[in-house]
Each structure stands twice: as structure tokens, then as C-alpha cells.
Ligand binder design. Structure first.
Ligand code: AHR
Length: 324
């Protein structure tokens, strides 16, 4: 009986291993060439993070001597799908895609798969229930967004001795960093009875939207003692809203966020922002290195996760000049 169970388990293991291997084996390959034409489908260009990401991709393409066809979806998932279709029609060898939202970009991923063009997800993910690495796309390269939310929450718990009334400014609705940064942060906060999330609303990762949402939420919750923003731009908007309301950011209300952009590090130095977890936008080197390894026939892991730093009053100054 035991032997039969073990044999079954062993057979299952082999089958799972074989199907996983077959998935990668079936995924579209890149031809051996001296240079390639890559497509880069950017989601939008509305903040310093996006601009830094695009600059990094363009600089690396130039460095390695690849042609880069660049598209900007201007914050529209529908346009981004049609941008990917246009890259396919232009016969690119590989596509780097920043999926603005987790679900609406699935048709773009599937279109590249059907066309036999390898596609790498850069920075944002798609819904894992609807598309899989090595099957529908090659790999995901980016940060661990859940961990970013957790790290900021842990900092806030420590800084406030576990006592805070929090306003949360979420990123773009349906975007993987918004979903995961909320998950990571909220999970940690729930474990501390003295920490409450008073309200949580999207500011679309945009500074002025963050400012307007913070203004409304501060009026509804004048007792708030902390603001957690899913990115620095919204945190900077929230700081402006606090000042307009006659409150002192960093004293009356603690503000914390994610990204590590230059203005945020300056706000830490000025005592207005408490901390920011880094989310590096410098994807060029790792994106092109991964594509080159794949072109050479190497096996690529399903996920490549960036290592991110954490900035607060202890190290903001020494990192200011190198920030984006
Ligand atoms: O996907 C990464 C996030 O998107 C960055 O935190 C944010 O600034 C950007 O818009």
C-alpha cells in the first residue's frame, strides 16, 4: 500500500516536472542574430518614476546596440493593448511590457504569445490566474510589492509605537503595485490593535490626485495621525494637502510611502516625509541582460525580483544625489 502511494507520488512529481519543462520548452524562442529589434510598451509618462524607467530602457538599448520601438499608452489600458498589437505588426523580436493593470492587459500578453514573440513583463504583473510565466509570457522582472507594503507598515508601527490612525492613498485601481502594496501594508497593520486604517482610496499614483484625495479624506477624518501613500508622488501631494490644512507633516501627521524619488528623499531631509521604501525604476540593464540570455538559449526563471533599499532620516542625505 505504502509502496503504491509512493509510486503514485513519484509519478505525480515526474508529471508535474515534465509539464513545467514542456511549458518552457514550448515557449517562443528568439533567433540567433547580432542585433535585435525590441518593443517597449510603457503604460504612461506622468511621473518621475515612469520617466526614469523609460530613460533606463532607452539608454540600455543604445548601449547594447539594439533597436527599441517605444510606445506610451498615456494611462489607457485599451491603448496599451493596441500598442502591443502595433509592436507585433512591426515584427519586433521581443516585447517588454509594463501592464498598467492586471487584467485588461491579458489580451496583449496572449496576442504576443499567438504571434510567437517572447514577452517580458517589466515592473508590473498581470493576474496570475489568467496568464503564467513560461507559458503565456517569458518572465516577470520587478520588485516584491507585497514586501514593500510590509516594510513601510513595520516602519510605521515602530515609529508610532503601534498607535496610529491612518489614511491610505492607493495607486491606480487594478494595478499590481496598488493591489500588492495594500495587501502587504494592511496585513501588518491588522496585527496591531492600536493601528487603524480610517480610510483607503485611490489617488492613481499621481501627485495632484493624491493631494485632492488627501484633502477630502483629511476633512472627513481630522483625527488622522498618519498617511501611507502607495507612491512618493501621492505622498508629496498629501504633504501639500496637510500644509494647506494648517497641519505640520512629520509632526502632526506622519507620512510614509514607496519609490525613493529625489523629491521624496528631499522631503525626508526636510522632516516632512518619514520614510520611503525603494522601488527601483532602473530596469534597462536587467531587462536587456535577460533578453540576451534568452536569445542565447539559456533558461530564464519565472520571476526575477529586484533588491530594494529603504530610506529614512538615517540615510536620505547620502542617497539624494543618486536618486531619480
Ligand atoms: O509600478 C510601479 C509604480 O508605478 C511606482 O511606484 C509608481 O510611482 C508608478 O506609477
Amino acid at each position: 500500500m505504502l509502496r503504491r502511494t509512493l509510486l503514485k507520488a513519484a509519478a505525480g512529481t515526474v508529471l508535474i516536472g515534465a509539464s513545467a519543462r514542456m511549458a518552457f520548452a514550448d515557449y517562443p524562442k528568439m533567433k540567433q542574430k547580432s542585433s535585435y529589434k525590441a518593443g517597449f510598451a510603457q503604460s504612461e509618462s506622468n511621473n518621475p518614476w515612469r520617466l526614469a524607467e523609460t530613460a533606463s530602457m532607452k539608454a540600455e538599448a543604445q548601449k547594447v546596440g539594439w533597436q527599441l520601438v517605444y510606445t506610451d499608452a498615456a494611462s489607457s489600458a485599451a491603448k496599451e493593448v493596441s500598442d502591443v498589437n502595433s509592436l507585433i505588426a512591426q515584427g519586433v523580436d521581443i516585447i517588454f511590457l509594463v501592464p498598467r493593470e492586471e487584467r485588461p492587459l491579458i489580451p496583449a500578453v496572449m496576442a504576443a504569445r499567438r504571434a510567437g514573440i517572447p514577452l517580458i513583463l517589466i515592473d508590473r504583473a498581470v493576474d496570475p490566474k489568467l496568464a503564467k510565466p513560461g507559458v503565456d509570457y517569458l518572465t516577470f522582472i520587478g520588485s516584491n510589492f507585497v514586501q514593500e507594503g510590509q516594510r513601510v507598515a513595520e516602519w510605521l508601527v515602530k515609529t508610532t509605537n503601534g498607535q496610529a490612525k491612518i489614511i491610505e492613498l492607493e495607486g491606480s485601481v487594478g494595478a499590481s503595485p496598488a493591489n500588492d502594496r495594500k495587501k502587504g501594508f494592511d496585513e501588518v497593520i491588522k496585527q496591531h490593535p492600536g493601528m487603524t486604517i480610517l480610510a483607503s482610496q485611490s489617488g492613481d499614483f499621481v501627485r495632484d490626485t493624491g493631494r485632492q484625495v488627501a484633502q477630502t479624506l483629511l476633512q472627513a477624518h481630522p483625527d488622522a495621525t498618519a498617511i501611507y501613500a502607495h507612491n512618493d508622488e501621492m505622498a508629496l501631494g498629501a504633504i501639500a494637502a496637510l500644509e494647506a490644512a494648517g497641519k505640520k507633516p512629520g509632526k502632526d501627521v506622519i507620512v510614509c510611502s514607496i519609490d525613493g524619488e529625489k523629491d521624496a528623499l528631499q522631503a525626508i531631509i526636510d522632516g516632512k516625509l518619514g520614510a520611503t521604501c525603494e522601488c527601483s525604476p532602473r530596469f534597462g540593464p536587467i531587462a536587456f541582460e535577460t533578453a540576451m540570455r534568452y536569445a542565447k538559449g539559456e533558461t530564464i526563471p519565472p520571476q526575477i525580483i529586484n533588491k530594494d533599499r529603504f530610506f529614512d532620516a538615517s540615510n536620505a542625505k547620502e542617497n539624494l544625489d543618486s536618486a531619480f
